[in-house]
Ligand binder design. Structure first.
Ligand code: ZN
Length: 386
């Protein structure tokens, strides 16, 4: 019931100094310079985290938790994610989505997987819809899905500027965003639309036009894969200046493009829009692999571990201060998704905590007040995970 975490350097993501943290049930109860309690009387577990760093549990707002892909035939459908993979990556809150394939993958399956991850120990939400327009829904209506179904916090990933999209018109997109917004208003959820942005030359032109020409608040539009190229990043910066959040995908760039992604992070920081940038892994999505001649040679799976690896690399290369880089996987996603009890170390916030070593490797993880990884060993695994 009570856990006392002692002597760590705490980043809220803002640096708070060396602090003790008292976890009460699934919440953070107290943060102070030195907390002393009667250990035996109160049955407190005490952990000495000297020489370690405490940060909020990471939020990954775009993971194909039931698998994704399938763009190279049936055998290229990627598998479901295991709980342990998320925990090892420090992810304590995940948003699951379908993708290209809304035919052999169902929203009902996505919902059940999110419920399973919740039961197994972390926090999971989902988007209704898939790439397609009109969107796939549970109830026949986006608004109703958001209002009635506990796990649904928005819509996505709706594909734009992509050869795999249904080539939606701007009028169709306006309707989707306004229906999502209404669902958000009624339910108190984010009601956000996550847009998969392809490499088509129009980029996010439609989204910029929607915010310029309608009264829909920009906070309901949330484009992802914005690190494909420099012109998309520049559009993202413009979008952020209207107050919108945009997202960079870490798994697709894990090998060949991590330098590009972290340099874009630095570029966003220079342009003073880093508070509007999030990172997501696109985990379990399929990644086509090409040889040096550009021929397709196979597929890999997007890894959720790329999320914090990108943060770590950006800090190690001196492109961003740690506090700033940390925001992209904690407080920023909690804002765009309206997850007010997540993404921050603070009193009454959820006890979702990552403990790092000084080299920024992930040492231990606490989710909903429970130790799920300790000193690099998984304490909790998925039901069928070996
Ligand atoms: Zn996508």
């Amino acid at each position: 019931m009570l856990k006392l975490l002692k002597n760590a350097k705490v980043f809220s993501p803002r640096y708070l100094g060396k602090k003790d943290i008292l976890v009460v049930g699934d919440k953070i109860g107290l943060i102070d310079d030195e907390i002393s309690v009667n250990i035996t009387a109160l049955n407190v577990e005490v952990y000495d985290f000297s020489n370690r760093i405490i940060v909020p549990g990471f939020i990954d707002a775009h993971v194909h938790i039931t698998g994704g892909g399938g763009e190279g035939g049936y055998s290229t459908r990627t598998p479901e994610i295991y709980l342990g993979e998320l925990i090892k990556a420090g992810i304590t809150t995940v948003v699951g989505c379908l993708g290209t394939d809304g035919i052999t993958r169902s929203l009902e399956n996505l919902y059940a997987k999110a419920k399973a991850l919740d039961e197994e120990g972390i926090t999971a939400y989902i988007y209704t819809g898939s790439y397609a327009v009109p969107p796939l829904t549970f109830t026949g209506d986006i608004t109703k899905d958001i209002v009635i179904i506990d796990k649904v916090i928005g819509v996505g990933e709706i594909a734009i500027s992509d050869h795999r999209s249904t080539q939606p018109s701007i009028e169709e997109l306006k309707k989707i965003v306004s229906r999502a917004r209404l669902g958000g208003l009624i339910s108190g959820k984010a009601g956000v639309v996550n847009f998969h942005v392809g490499s088509g030359e129009n980029g996010i032109d439609y989204l910029l036009e929607i915010i310029r020409k309608t009264e829909i608040p920009v906070t309901h539009l949330y484009p992802t894969h914005m690190n494909r190229n420099k012109s998309l990043i520049d559009q993202g910066i413009e979008f952020a200046k209207y107050g919108g959040f945009f997202d960079l995908t870490t798994s697709s760039s894990k090998e060949e493009g991590i330098d590009k992604t972290i340099s874009y992070l630095g570029y966003c920081f220079e342009n003073k829009v880093l508070d509007k940038v999030t990172l997501t892994s696109d985990g379990q999505g399929s990644l086509p692999v090409f040889n040096q001649k550009g021929d397709f040679v196979g597929l890999k799976i997007g890894e959720v571990s790329s999320l914090f690896e990108t943060v770590k690399k950006a800090v190690e290369r001196g492109l961003l201060p740690f506090e700033e880089a940390l925001k992209t996987v904690t407080i920023n996603p909690s804002k765009v998704l309206k997850l007010n009890s997540k993404g921050e170390i603070g009193i009454n916030k959820d006890a979702d905590i990552v403990i790092l070593n000084e080299d920024l490797s992930i040492d231990s993880v606490i989710a909903k007040g429970n130790i799920v990884m300790f000193e690099k060993n998984l304490v909790r695994k998925g039901t069928f995970e070996s």
